[in-house]
Ligand binder design. Structure first.
Ligand SMILES: NC(=O)c1ccc[n+]([C@@H]2O[C@H](COP(=O)([O-])OP(=O)(O)OC[C@H]3O[C@@H](n4cnc5c(N)ncnc54)[C@H](O)[C@@H]3O)[C@@H](O)[C@H]2O)c1
Ligand SMILES: O=C(O)C[C@H](O)C(=O)O
Length: 319
């Protein structure tokens, strides 16, 4: 059986990390595409030369021409610019909306049957833009953010409770921005919901509130440390979890920016929600019960994303 072909559009910090992880996990052969000449070729060769040491089999190709992604099974898009200290993700929209137009066209012409994972920010509006430009079915185009935000939440909870990350679950919904909604009721330590852990005296509501806020600010915290760009190890690991769910038909239930039509009161809109990923892409959006406070936070986040999608519409080249 032929190996999977995984195209990485954008060979920067996340693209390079994705390429490395794909080889280590033997998920398939990798094509790195970038407009920067030499970058995808150099990173591809460097990682290929690590495979004999790791004892894994994967082919690596670097390219500056979209024809290289022809027939890809999965495309992970990180093309565009990241933010620097003092910027919000939304400040990236002008540059990145145009990049999504070009990338969408490249996907449409070369691999219209692929499962496409968008990472480029501002995430929820960019996955919308990429889907529009590619014309692919909505269930085959999805955005990565919720897995990352939930992983950050889990890490901070691990620090608070000193319990293995394996025993901590978390769900962060909504747009990937300041309005994201970490759901404490649906986040647990070994199945015990966080509000119950407060009642048990294992933590305080005040500490929990601080962790929720740190999760919302998680991206900015890394940007402030790095100064030259944004997080890339955890974002790459998160996208790999989604790609693996598709390639291995794992039916993972993950928080992703998925197309919501007839769920959560939405009629055709990309935003972070729990969804099942398997061989058919996004196979189901799962509508969980939200209380009034959670509904209000989710709606606030949807409104923020709506504004960005409207802005993206004006920036996308017509036709
Ligand atoms: N969704 C998330 O949770 C999440 C997490 C981290 C970063 N991001 C976003 O991911 C994006 C990439 O981050 P990074 O750290 O890898 O940035 P980076 O600057 O290291 O890499 C981006 C790459 O895109 C390339 N590029 C630019 N325009 C292109 C085009 N038209 N076609 C192909 N390639 C093009 C650049 O040459 C560069 O190599 C940023 O927008 C960042 O904000 C999102
Ligand atoms: O914060 C950023 O700009 C990058 C990304 O969205 C993140 O959450 O790490």
């Amino acid at each position: 059986m032929a190996r999977n072909k995984i195209a990485l559009v954008g060979a920067g910090n996340i693209g390079g990390t994705l390429a490395h992880l794909i080889g280590l996990k033997e998920l398939g052969d990798v094509v790195l595409f970038d407009i920067a000449e030499g970058t995808p070729q150099g990173k591809g060769l460097d990682i290929a030369e690590s495979t004999p040491v790791e004892g894994v089999d994967a082919e690596y190709t670097g390219a500056n021409d979209y024809s290289a992604i022809k027939g890809a099974d999965v495309v992970i898009v990180t093309a565009g610019v990241p933010r620097k200290p003092g910027m919000s993700r939304d400040d990236l929209i002008e540059t990145n909306a145009k990049v999504m137009s070009a990338v969408g066209k490249g996907i449409k012409e070369n691999c219209p049957d692929a499962f496409v994972i968008c990472i480029t920010n501002p995430l929820d509006a960019m996955v919308w833009a990429l889907r529009e430009a590619s014309g692919l079915p909505h269930n085959k185009v999805v955005g990565m953010a919720g897995v990352l935000d939930s992983a950050r939440f889990r890490w901070f909870l691990h620090e608070e409770f000193n319990v293995s990350v394996q025993d901590i679950t978390a769900f962060v919904l909504g747009g990937h921005g300041d309005t994201m909604v970490p759901l404490t009721r649906y986040s647990t330590v070994a199945g015990i919901p966080l509000p119950d852990l407060v009642k048990m005296g294992w933590t305080t509501q005040e500490k929990l509130d601080q962790i929720v806020q740190r999760t919302r600010d998680g991206g900015a915290e890394i940007v402030a440390h790095l100064k030259t760009g944004s997080a890339f190890y955890a974002p790459a690991a998160s996208a790999i979890e989604m790609a693996e769910a598709y390639l291995k038909d794992k039916k993972r239930l993950l928080p992703c920016a998925a197309w919501c039509d007839g769920v959560y009161g939405l009629d055709g809109f990309y935003v972070g929600v729990p969804c099942i990923i398997g061989e058919n892409g996004v196979e189901k959006v799962v509508e969980i019960d939200l209380n009034d406070e959670e509904k209000a936070m989710f709606q606030n986040s949807v409104n923020a994303v709506k504004g960005l999608v409207e802005a993206a519409k004006k920036l996308m080249p017509q036709g």
